[in-house]
Ligand binder design. Sequence first.
Ligand code: 5GP
Ligand code: MN
Length: 335
Amino acid sequence: MTFDQLKELLRTPRYIVITTHQKPDGDALGSSLALYHFLCKLNHTPIVISPTDYPNFLQWLPGNDTVVNFEQQPDSAKEWAGNAELIFCLDFNKLYRINSLGDLLGKATAPKILIDHHLEPDSFADFELWDVEKSSTCELVYDFIEMLGMTDLIDENIATCLYAGLLTDTDRFRIPRTTPRVHQITASLLEKGVDHTRVYNEIYETFSENRLRFFGFCMTKCMTVLPEYHTAILSIEGEDIRRYHISTGDTEGLVNYPMMINDVWMTAIIIQRPDQVKLSFRSKGDIDVNWLCKEYFQGGGHKNASGGKSEVSVAETKEKLLSILAAQKFNLNLI
Ligand code: 5GP
Ligand code: MN
């Protein structure tokens, strides 16, 4: 499908499903709800279907009440998928990233539109707006609205959702992909009335006391620093998560803390989730954690921020990672 054909499709009101990756983050949910508000303005009937729940610190986003959680409302999601005339896939590019919702949407006959900035997309979409150079899917949704020539339609709600994704995926306008263009888009969003101090407060200053104490516990008890590999590992067991009553999203941002140590270039979290051991990596410069996750942990993401999973325990996964570091220290540019 060409962009002009998609534009033509959008001229008539349609039922439209918007979906994003499991455990959506600020960019995933921000881009989805921004597109939701935008499509409403064009007289479509859109819905955002999230594969799972998502953190409290995103639940203030405008339109949050309209989101269908596939795990809680599978029937409603199935009905929407069956009726959909278009399906937007935002901030992911492999159907397994939306869990069993992937089977449902994979079988749906409606054309699929991918808007994403992750590496190595599977080819399942009929139209792709895909660019790994972009800071965020929110930046791409802004580009999409601009390509349609409709930035005039961006209102405070759309702007707030886009701003939330730009803020979080650039880690507060910090990562290298925070380009002049990002700041130009941000400026135009602020002109639409975004209350940026409130957005910051909602996302970053709404910790429970337990959550902050848990972060302290992780730095004190769960962190191994390996100066020889410029790496820090946080290994977090299920019992610690239960003791601190940690829930969805409470570990968001944790991976960035060890990066504050001088000469730490890569951080890994190995954490026991209810159903599996998950890994989360951050790195600097030429250290390619997308490759690392793809090669060893059935995952991927971006060069400097990726995730994956492991079939063995937290402790065994840590051992596995240690041996990978020893074997791949040159390939990973760790020394
Ligand atoms: P996080 O560490 O914040 O959970 O994820 C970092 C990046 O890696 C995000 O862009 C996320 O979408 C991606 N990611 C996390 N886990 C996985 C995974 O299991 N598979 C793939 N392909 N990407 C992942
Ligand atoms: Mn993103």
